[in-house]
Design a protein around this ligand. Structure first.
Ligand SMILES: NC(=O)c1ccc[n+]([C@@H]2O[C@H](COP(=O)([O-])OP(=O)(O)OC[C@H]3O[C@@H](n4cnc5c(N)ncnc54)[C@H](OP(=O)(O)O)[C@@H]3O)[C@@H](O)[C@H]2O)c1
Length: 287
């Protein structure tokens, strides 16, 4: 039986979806929490990988609070830059494959057509900068089996996310204002997990973009979530200028998925279809 380690798999939004996808495929999955393994202690990580006989490590651990990162750049850098470097060295020593996740926020959003993996990154936030540094630290190690998956706008079961927050608010309010001038690629975590395993199956290495197909503004995503859940709340489109946030976000960060499709033969389904599945099935969590 194949064995995997999913960092962030105990409590993370994507990590939990990966654990479920791997378990369903018959993998042995270990997801050590903060209290079980200090990820910055490379010898301890190497020992853990050997003990669990891991063939692959999925790293979903990151500093993901985009606005707070502007005030805590050192902590964001520790998790988004330094941790991948420690993990990269550990997997190299242990002879284990690494799947690492990054973000559409490495781009500045000035393009008007989907971003391909080879497009020039130019992050406008501490979060985006530190995630890009993490990618570069890993690539510089020249690992034999490194897969970096950039994704965006996650929603799914097991943890609060944009869609679940909108549904909670919409249940008690007649109207919600949501920005309409940031456009991106919503990603359903079970689809992202399945796509990650498809890339792994093909032995893919390097940087790939993976999300659901299509594009949306936050306002469109909120509108469809509220409509799908049959809630009587009006979603009012507003410009970003009316919803100031500390970190600068790309106005446009739609991801080009063609490299993923070329390697796996899979065309990701549209985000709206995935959203409806999420709303109607509300997939169970492991714990
Ligand atoms: N969410 C999005 O919309 C989005 C968009 C684009 C890219 N991504 C990328 O996708 C990946 C997964 O994101 P996500 O939203 O699933 O993340 P998440 O839900 O915020 O989960 C992060 C995980 O990291 C763990 N963690 C944080 N600090 C830690 C530390 N010091 N030591 C050990 N564990 C620590 C958390 O554990 P605790 O629960 O114990 O804190 C949690 O399990 C990340 O690389 C992120 O950059 C996410």
């Amino acid at each position: 039986m194949k064995s995997a380690v999913v960092l962030g798999g105990k409590t993370g939004l994507l990590g939990q979806a990966l654990c479920m996808a791997l378990s369903r495929r018959g993998w042995t999955v270990n997801a050590p929490g903060r209290d079980e393994l200090d990820l910055f202690e490379r010898p301890a990580v190497e020992e853990y990988l050997a003990r669990t006989e891991a063939a692959v490590v999925f790293n979903t651990v990151a500093y993901t609070k985009v606005d707070q990162a502007e005030d805590e750049p050192a902590e964001a850098s520790r998790l988004n830059r330094q941790l991948p470097l420690v993990l990269g060295k550990a997997v190299r020593n242990a002879g284990v494959a690494l799947v690492h996740y990054s973000t559409d926020f490495v781009f500045n959003g000035r393009k008007t057509s989907p971003y391909a993996p080879g497009d020039q990154p130019a992050p406008g936030s501490v979060y985006g900068q530190t995630k890009l540094q993490g990618e570069r630290e890993l690539l510089a190690l020249d690992l034999p089996s490194l897969l970096i998956i950039r994704t965006s706008w996650l929603f799914g079961p097991c943890k609060t996310n944009f869609v679940t927050r909108i549904l909670e608010l919409a249940a008690t309010r007649p109207e919600l204002s949501v920005v309409h001038d940031q456009i991106g690629s919503p990603s359903y975590t079970p689809d992202l997990a399945a796509g990650s395993l498809a890339l792994l199956d093909k032995g893919a290495t390097g940087i790939f973009h993976l999300a659901n197909a299509g594009q949306a503004s936050w306002c469109e995503l909120a509108t469809e979530a509220v409509r799908g859940a049959d809630l009587a709340c009006r979603i009012k489109p507003i410009p970003s200028s009316e919803y100031p946030q500390k970190a600068c976000r790309p106005a446009y960060s739609v991801l080009d998925l063609s490299a993923f499709t070329a390697v796996t033969g899979i065309a990701p389904r549209p985000w709206l279809q995935a959203l409806r599945e999420f709303l109607f099935s509300r997939e169970d969590c492991l714990s």
